[in-house]
Design a binder for this molecule. Structure first.
Ligand code: NA7
Length: 532
């Protein structure tokens, strides 16, 4: 740990974003302090260690590009990296670049208050420790504030409770147990097959069926891996400039321009390839309802192919939102798990969860005695972790109040009234619609370049201008309105949190175009920012 309490920059969070922010800001010669609530680095990949936890972006794309040496020495072993492998990678990065001494662990930021000078932040941790920083970098994550439903009677339950995003560090053995999993988002879909293979009986409580595509995960072929690694600079550039940063842009036909047979061939090829390619095998999946309907129907047919009991298959078919407007899941044997004799699917739409009892869960239809309950019920996405901190900017204005009708940030990076505070992959940036590592590097580089430019100018503070912010927020909303995304009750829309404003949170205009916009802003002397 570092000594002293006054820093040029404090970085909150030590996941992918915080680690790189610490690295870049230290390279600039700034005094930097990292604060991390956990006892170790990793962020998302520290907390989400449930069975089957795996990234749904391919490992060769989901890693830092800032160091050629780092790139060439780290050998990913599988097409999709497991949580454990990604955590090892981040621990390696921190050790390799000697970042650990910069981080204060087991330390959660509680309050950040702008000083009267308008150019420095006073910080208080939940333990009551005080620090100050000129720059405050919020690397707090998009999916880091977990959410648990209020289930009456849960305190009386005598079995064990687990949460995918707060999984114990020691192995959990469900052998011989009756287990309940609540939630069928990505986390549920990843852990359900693994828990089913161990438990005596698994009951899955599903509220909304999800679209999911097979991962077809496999060990990476060493020669193919080396070929990508040899071409990393070009490979990364292609991803950075692409619309999604997940795969290279290629010309795609609109679904309805194709014959039914051509569509089916394309969808099948993408299904066989596995992963999120399916979303990007025609040009108009998330903008045209007729196009989306054809793809959704294709996936429903695949679910029916896999699930043997037609009544169970029927309950698993997503019908009430367009494919891709809730995060498309990537699975290993998810639907096939429902063919196991020890797995029961409970549809909470027809029989809602009523309460927990000392021995299990009760729906309006039946009682389900269980030994353990696993919550895979998601997060207060994009804004939850930021607003969990009492942030008070100019004139004592609270960020939570400023955002009461939805987040307002210029480029998803900075907010008017909150000078010298930056968000990494904040609301209004491509963030969760992109390859997070690529977006994180882009944000951190933008911020580091801005801080360096301020130093050259002798500036003390930088703040988003209200007019630029409003124009950007309007642009983010306009971009979303051109798509099908607002049609789903998704966490992208804040719909999973009671009372949260319904606003489409990430920027859907494309990663490459967003990067160009940021570059243009910088080239114009940080247009839209007030540099004082
Ligand atoms: P998600 O995707 O938000 O999934 C949460 C799941 O929990 C989803 O199926 C919810 O149903 C369900 N849920 C939430 N509250 C309840 C209650 N009260 N009762 C029953 N079911 C409930 O979170 P994940 O952790 O799976 O994934 C988050 C992201 O992490 C993922 O998209 C990847 O990007 C990585 P609902 O759909 O709201 O009806």
């Amino acid at each position: 740990m570092q000594s002293g309490t006054d820093f040029d920059a404090v970085v909150v969070g030590a996941g992918f974003a915080g680690i790189y922010a610490l690295y870049r800001l230290r390279e600039l010669g700034l005094s930097v302090q990292g604060l991390e609530a956990a006892e170790d680095v990793g962020g998302t990949w520290y907390w989400n260690r449930y069975p089957g936890a795996r990234c749904d972006v391919e490992s060769l794309s989901y890693s830092y590009s800032f160091s050629r040496e780092l790139e060439s020495e780290w050998l990913w072993t599988e097409r999709y990296a497991s949580q454990a492998e990604i955590l090892r990678y981040l621990q390696h990065v921190v050790a390799r670049f000697q970042l650990r001494p910069l981080i204060r662990f087991d330390t959660r930021l509680a309050e950040a208050t702008l000083e009267a000078s308008g150019a420095r932040w006073q910080l208080r941790t939940t333990a009551g420790d005080l620090l100050t920083a000129r720059f405050l970098v919020m690397a707090t994550g998009c999916l880091s504030e977990p959410r648990l439903p209020a289930i009456p009677g849960l305190e009386e339950f005598r079995g064990k409770l687990y949460q995918t995003s707060r999984w114990p560090h020691e192995p959990v053995d469900f052998t011989g147990q009756r287990v309940a999993v609540i939630g069928t988002g990505s986390s549920g879909i990843q852990c359900i097959p693994r828990i089913a293979s161990q438990a005596q009986h698994l009951t899955v409580f599903q509220r909304t069926p999800n679209f999911s595509v097979p991962a077809h995960n496999a060990p990476l072929d060493p020669l193919a891996r080396q070929a990508v690694m040899d071409s990393y600079p070009q490979f990364r550039r292609t991803l950075r400039e692409s619309a999604t940063s997940l795969m290279a842009d290629e010309p795609l036909p609109a679904a309805m321009e194709l014959s039914a047979q051509e569509r089916e061939q394309r969808y099948r090829a993408a299904w066989e390839e596995g992963g999120i390619r399916l979303l990007f095998c025609v040009s108009d999946t998330v903008v045209s309802k007729p196009a989306n309907d054809t793809l959704a129907a294709f996936v429903r047919e695949r679910i029916k192919d896999i699930v043997k009991d037609p009544a169970v298959a029927e309950r698993l078919l997503p019908r009430d939102y367009p494919l891709g407007t809730k995060r498309l899941c990537v699975d290993t044997d998810y639907f096939a798990t429902y063919n196991r004799p020890n797995v029961t699917l409970v549809d909470l739409r027809s029989t809602p969860l009523v309460r927990a009892t000392p021995h299990g869960l009760s729906t309006s239809g039946a009682d389900f005695p269980v030994d353990s309950i696993v919550f895979a019920t998601g997060f207060d996405a994009m804004t939850g972790a930021l607003l969990a901190i009492d942030i008070r900017g100019r004139g004592g204005r609270r960020l939570a109040d400023e955002w009461s009708e939805g987040p307002r940030a210029y480029l998803g990076l900075a907010a008017a009234g909150f000078p010298n505070l930056f968000m990494i992959t904040g609301p209004g940036s491509p963030s969760v619609l992109s390859n997070m590592v690529i977006s994180i590097e882009q944000h951190v580089d933008f911020i580091a370049d801005l801080v360096a430019a301020m130093r050259t100018r002798g500036a003390q503070s930088v703040e988003a201008q209200a007019a630029a912010q409003e124009a950007w927020v309007a642009h983010v909303a306009e971009a979303a309105s051109q798509t099908l995304f607002p049609q789903a009750n998704s966490w992208y829309m804040g719909a999973n949190i009671p009372g949260k404003p319904r606003v489409f949170l990430p920027y859907v205009g494309g990663v490459g175009p967003y990067r160009q916009k940021c570059q243009a802003v910088a080239a114009a002397g940080y247009e839209g920012f007030e540099v004082r």
